[in-house]
Design a protein around this ligand. Structure first.
Ligand SMILES: [Zn+2]
Length: 532
């Protein structure tokens, strides 16, 4: 018999998490996430899965984030008829997040087709619609933490708190009779791991003694100063006071789920204590408003020291559900708080607010989470002087600030400790879900110290490994790859292109006069027409 794993996503990238486990008896997926960031990766969302959806027996979902769950509606639409196992918290969040993702797909395609029509290209259809997403919710099946269940014949599974998000889990898998000497083959898929001392959650946990551990690496190269909830609030307060002193709004591009609720809890608390000036906190995201409701419903299962239910009902909080209410925020001047999705600024209402405020010195943008390569948030974080939003160039004069303390992810030392606590690990550790420096950073932290360096593997998209051998054996997939390995790793040309256009604009604008501008343009034209 044999057990293989195929890394169908989040292998040398941070998004699109999806691992396919195959045995003689069937196939199961851990996660089925959407690719985000560079256009080359996003294009994969539109192309066929690297497996037959009708052949998949079950999906085990680690948590509700779209980069882990966002292709489930596509999977169901393509003929998957099994069950999607998830915790109750994950199901409640997905019941809002997936339909929201469906409507984003629909509106992105409307814009894309407008551009395609102008260039005489054929129209594309959405990856899936809101209706597909609602339909996929019927496949969900609730799982309790720390309780074994049969995932498919010959495979049992158990969920452990991953401390990353409401309902988040690491998944323990046992393949009956496939380990050494006829024992079960034991595998642990980390999902995303939360940091120690996170607001709302207890620290991540999982059992010990595995053949394989598949671990995320998002912040594998980061070593954050150790954090307490009190210290985190103080840092937030300092940012809010500075924004108030600049007499403009503070725009927080927030991940609608969890980060938003953590920020609201702390902002309301700071305002109530008089540690920061009081002002309206606009919650400008229908999804974040729904998610806030889910958090209130689950408040009993979250941190008992925080009165989540009361704080999330604060009169300071102004949910703006409709487009008209959202537009009315633009009338506000002076200090106020706007929390809007998406967290990486690549979609959602935050883009309207950025267009309105980025060019003004009085405004503050507070980036409160991971910014993937190729996203608008990453360009801002990298100090871009101008960016493109909805086809228009916008100068950046606002104060761009960054607050890492609200990360939902463990840092390098915390991830290394989490892996070490799973020992003994007999055959190998696969590092996934990270950009190159993060993967290298985590690999360095665990190689030799935690497991022999030869047992650390960093797969690339679509790699397949045989797991029943004494060490993981790669299977030749050169003919089956969806992307060349270098295309997975490199920042793609679309990003180089936007940077080039912005640089050209900068140079032309900075030129002394129109004559000088003409010279630059002629030189560029000559370079363009030169044969290489
Ligand atoms: Zn996540």
């Amino acid at each position: 018999m044999s057990v293989t794993v195929q890394f169908c996503g989040a292998a040398r990238t941070v998004t699109g998490s999806c691992h396919l486990f195959q045995t003689g008896a069937g196939r199961l997926l851990v996660d089925c996430g959407l690719f985000q960031g560079p256009k080359t990766l996003k294009a994969l969302n539109y192309s066929a899965f690297p497996f037959q959806p009708t052949d998949i027996d079950a999906v085990l979902l680690t948590h509700a984030h779209i980069d882990h769950s966002g292709l489930l509606p596509k999977l169901v639409r393509a003929g998957f008829r099994g069950r999607i196992m998830a915790t109750r918290g994950t199901i409640d969040l997905c019941s809002y997040m997936l339909p929201d993702a469906g409507s984003i797909q629909e509106s992105e395609v409307v814009m894309l087709n407008r551009r395609n029509a102008a260039r005489g290209r054929v129209a594309v259809t959405p990856i899936y619609t809101q209706a597909d997403a609602i339909d996929s919710l019927n496949a969900f099946h609730a799982i309790d933490y720390e309780t074994w269940f049969e995932a498919m014949p010959g495979v049992r599974a158990r969920y452990w708190n991953a401390g990353h998000l409401l309902g988040s889990a690491s998944i323990e898998l046992e393949f009956a009779g496939e380990g050494a000497g006829g024992k079960p083959l034991r595998v642990l898929a980390s999902g995303d791991i939360g940091p120690d001392a996170k607001l709302l959650h207890s620290d991540p946990e999982a059992p010990t003694g595995f053949d394989y551990v598949v671990s995320e690496s998002t912040y594998g190269d980061a070593d954050r100063p150790s954090m307490t909830p009190e210290l985190r609030r103080q840092h937030l307060a300092a940012e809010v006071r500075a924004a108030h002193a600049a007499d403009g709004p503070i725009l927080i591009p927030a991940f609608a789920v969890e980060r938003t609720q953590e920020l609201i809890v702390d902002l309301v608390d700071l305002m109530e204590r008089g540690d920061v000036p009081r002002a309206p906190i606009f919650l400008d995201s229908p999804l974040a408003i729904r998610a806030t409701e889910v958090f209130r419903q689950h408040s009993a299962s979250l941190d008992s020291k925080i009165d989540l239910d009361r704080l999330l009902r604060s009169p300071h909080l102004r949910p703006t559900e409709t487009v008209a209410e959202s537009k009315a925020i633009a009338k506000f001047t002076g200090f106020h708080v706007i929390i809007a999705a998406s967290g990486m600024c690549d979609a959602g209402r935050i883009r309207h607010h950025l267009k309105r405020w980025l060019w003004q010195k009085s405004a503050t943008v507070l980036l409160a989470g991971f910014q993937a390569q190729g996203t608008l948030g990453r360009f801002l974080d990298d100090g871009a002087k101008a960016v493109r939003i909805q086809g228009e160039e916008v100068k950046v004069a606002a104060r761009i600030r960054r607050l890492d303390e609200y990360s939902g992810h463990a840092d390098g030392p915390e991830l290394a400790r989490w892996i070490a606590a799973r020992r003994p690990i007999g055959r190998g550790v696969f590092l996934v879900h990270g950009e190159e420096p993060a993967l290298a950073g985590l690999s360095e932290r665990i190689a030799e110290r935690t497991v022999p360096a030869a047992k650390v593997f960093i797969p690339i998209l679509d790699d397949i490994y045989e797991l029943t051998t004494s060490a993981p054996t790669p299977i030749d997939v050169s003919r089956r790859r969806r992307l060349a390995p270098e295309a997975v790793v490199a920042l793609d040309w679309h990003n180089d292109m936007s940077t080039l256009i912005l640089d050209i604009n900068d140079r032309i604008e900075a030129a002394a006069d129109d004559r000088a501008r003409g010279v630059i343009i002629r030189k560029l034209r000559r370079a363009l027409e030169a044969r290489d």
